[in-house]
Write a protein that binds this ligand. Structure first.
Ligand SMILES: Nc1ncnc2c1ncn2[C@@H]1O[C@H](COP(=O)(O)OP(=O)(O)O)[C@@H](O)[C@H]1O
Ligand SMILES: [Mg+2]
Length: 588
């Protein structure tokens, strides 16, 4: 077995693989059922027209030519041409309809999966590489359209074909027809035997594809660090290994999927042999030579749709493996959602209370071990303490990015779980450590949380947080285009833009999680006034390292090991000569 590496973490699926997934996808097919029926009708008409051509030919050979009727030959030729033309037009219309249906279904599935991804809580994203999510939205969704449209329509057509031919066959000779059908049980047994192996191979193929995409994404996101540590060679090796594994899995799946064709083809030839042998043995009085030849032709015709159906089935199996993952994502529970009792809290005052709050990211591993805290409207709270002590976790709970595991968290005296998420987050200004900048202009980024903000409001907000100066110096000012992650801006500039963004949204509760960590001391001093302004009349939680930022807060909490070890004003804590005293004297 190939050596596994840490990038090769295969996904597992909770539920088994079954055809109920196909039933579920009917929801997506249903809106286009009428169009697909139309396409089916056109295909059937096309087939009927195809049947008429030999009749015209036969008329020409048997009637028109022996009689020397030139005008009849011409008319028959024109009619044949017309038939060809009409069936070509039908074919083209069917093609257009099916492409439309296929793309619409893909559009709908992709929309649903994206909508759901927007709702999923932080914890979903914490626990999986983003590339694995990407591959579902982009690759898998693209791959299901053909099976759900052409696959379904062709399956119906081929089934009709099959019954039609079988009926005709039986009407000519029952015994020989039964011989022609005798290959079917073998085919069914083969399909059943292959099904599980095929399922496993497709599953493996998807896993390897997912691993490769995840690593590609990670490598792109981390390219700067990789180059700093000269990891190119090592990364190429890892990529090579994942690439090879995907290739191997792909070959295996393709090999198994392609087995169906030759096996069915072989069965068809065996059946044909049997028909000839039986026919010759039974020849006259029960079977005439003409009947034998006709039956041999029907044997071929009968097995043609069987081969097509086998191929459609194969594609369906592959599609099912994609649908499995797509539906798994769409069904991923949204743990952070409005409870049935949830009510909006229109005029949030900003009172926050933690009642013996315990919290674990992973089961039974408590990061917060009983936090008790009461914050009044407009108070400024600073959180200090060593890295990993739980400061960010505390503020994440106030924004309800995670649900409290034990205990209660109240906002204005209401349990946070009973406030609608919309009303909670729309009145909360949160600045995280990493200020994300979205593709668009600087103005778009500042307007992000309040789409109807005027240009004046944007400028005023930027001025208040000292961002106006550097923005105005840019050639295009507020209309300067920026891209995802704000590559062309400095970290500090990104933070200033994020400050302006928070300022514009005018929140009741403000959370600054190391929001000034990348800003130089001089700008920070200037910004201090902006922050002061931002904090006016709002309850604020500030996590910062510089004592200048926290000194004036109403209450300073010293957090360590998921507990509040000390709390009080700067002067009180200094007098106490405890943790905070040691922290601040170490900084001076
Ligand atoms: N998403 C997460 N999943 C699991 N553990 C986490 C997660 N985020 C933080 N932790 C853990 O929780 C603890 C507290 O983290 P955090 O609140 O971010 O600390 P601080 O902000 O004080 O540096 C740390 O031990 C950290 O490893
Ligand atoms: Mg933190």
């Amino acid at each position: 077995m190939a050596k596994r590496n840490k990038y090769d973490v295969d996904e597992s699926l909770e539920k088994g693989f079954d055809f109920s997934k196909l039933k579920r996808s009917i929801v997506y097919v249903k809106p286009y059922a009428k169009l697909m029926l139309l396409a089916l009708g056109l295909s059937m008409l096309g087939s009927l027209l195809g049947l008429a051509t030999p009749i015209l030919l036969q008329q020409a050979m048997d009637v028109a030519i022996p009689n020397g009727d030139v005008s009849m030959v011409v008319w028959l030729a024109v009619a044949s041409l017309g038939l060809v033309l009409v069936s070509t037009v039908f074919g083209a219309i069917r093609g257009i309809i099916m492409s439309h249906c296929g793309q619409s279904i893909v559009y709908d599935i992709r929309k649903d999966i994206f909508d759901h991804l927007q709702q999923l809580p932080f914890s979903y994203y914490d626990s999986r590489p983003h590339g694995k999510i990407l591959v579902r939205v982009v690759n898998y969704v693209n791959s299901v359209s053909d099976s759900l449209t052409n696959g379904l329509v062709n399956a119906i057509l081929e089934l009709l074909n099959l019954f039609f031919i079988a009926g005709y066959m039986f009407s000519i000779n029952v015994k020989l027809s039964l011989i022609i059908l005798s290959g079917m049980p073998f085919l069914l047994v083969f399909i059943l035997l292959l099904k599980n192996v095929q399922k496993k191979a497709n599953f493996e193929n998807n896993n390897k594809n997912s691993n490769l995409t995840a690593y590609t994404c990670e490598a792109i996101e981390g390219v700067k660090v990789s180059q700093i540590f000269r990891r190119q060679k090592e990364n190429q090796k890892i990529y090579g290994r994942l690439n090879r594994e995907y290739q191997k899995a792909w070959y295996k799946a393709a090999y198994l999927n392609n087995m169906m064709g030759p096996v069915t083809e072989n069965l068809k030839q065996w059946v044909l042999c049997l028909v000839y042998i039986a026919g010759i043995l039974w020849i006259s009085p029960s079977v005439e030579i003409g009947v034998l030849i006709a039956m041999a032709t029907y044997a071929s015709k009968f097995w043609q749709p069987v081969i097509s159906l086998a191929n459609i089935y194969n594609n369906l199996i592959k599609t099912m493996s994609y649908l499995e993952r797509i539906f798994q994502t769409i069904d991923e529970p949204v743990d952070i959602c409005d409870s049935p009792e949830a009510k909006p809290l229109p005029d949030m005052q900003g009172r926050v209370e933690f009642q013996n709050v315990r919290f674990a990211y992973e089961k039974d591993y408590y990061v917060l071990k009983g936090v008790n805290l009461k914050v009044e409207k407009g108070q400024r709270i600073a959180l200090v303490g060593p890295t990993g002590s739980g400061k960010s976790t505390i503020v994440n709970l106030i924004s309800r990015f995670y649900n409290v595991t034990e205990g209660k968290l109240l906002i204005d005296g209401v349990d946070i779980n009973d406030i609608t998420l919309h009303s909670l987050r729309s009145q909360m200004g949160i600045m995280l450590q990493d200020s994300f900048i979205f593709t668009g202009t600087i103005a778009d980024n500042i307007r992000y949380g309040k789409l109807d903000a005027t240009d004046e409001e944007i400028r005023a907000a930027a001025k208040a947080v000292c961002a106006d100066e550097f923005i105005s110096q840019m050639e295009q000012g507020y209309d300067t285009p920026v891209t995802e992650r704000g590559g062309q801006l400095s970290q500090g500039e990104r933070q200033l833009i994020a400050f302006a963004r928070t300022m514009v949204s005018d929140p009741a509760i403000l959370i600054l999680d190391e929001a000034t960590s990348s800003i130089d001391a001089k700008t920070e001093k200037l910004l201090q006034q902006g922050i002061e302004k931002l904090m006016e009349n709002r309850t604020s939680f500030v996590i910062a390292h510089r004592l200048s930022t926290i000194r004036n807060c109403d209450k300073i909490l010293y957090i360590d090991g998921g507990e509040i070890k000390e709390s009080g004003t700067h002067d009180e804590l200094m007098a106490k000569k405890g943790y905070y005293y040691r922290l601040s004297t170490a900084q001076d």
